[in-house]
Unconditional design. Structure first.
Length: 96
């Protein structure tokens, strides 16, 4: 977690930066810092998006497996197979 900065901490950091960097170079340094923060946020957003995509793929795979299990365990298919076997037996008996 990032620490929370209050007004007094921010003011202290600004004064230290002004003294260390100087008033002439401070705007350029702040611009570079802003660009770095924007780049870091973009990378974090991209990572989060990739992680979400992987989670969705896993969920879809699980749903596919569940659907296949339901298809295999379908009682209508079992009854249809049983009726077909009975029909085949009756044909064999009738042919004999």
């Amino acid at each position: 977690m990032l620490p929370q900065l209050g007004f007094t901490e921010f003011l202290l950091l600004a004064i230290v930066a002004l003294v260390v960097v100087g008033p002439r170079d401070l705007p350029g340094m702040m611009r570079k810092a802003g660009q770095w923060v924007a780049k870091a946020r973009g990378m974090a957003r991209e990572f989060q998006g990739a992680f979400d995509d992987m989670g969705r793929e896993v969920e879809l795979d699980e749903l596919r497996k569940e659907i296949e299990e339901i298809k295999r365990a379908n009682p209508v298919n079992a009854i249809a197979d049983e009726l077909k076997n009975t029909e085949d037996e009756m044909r064999d008996d009738a042919a004999s």
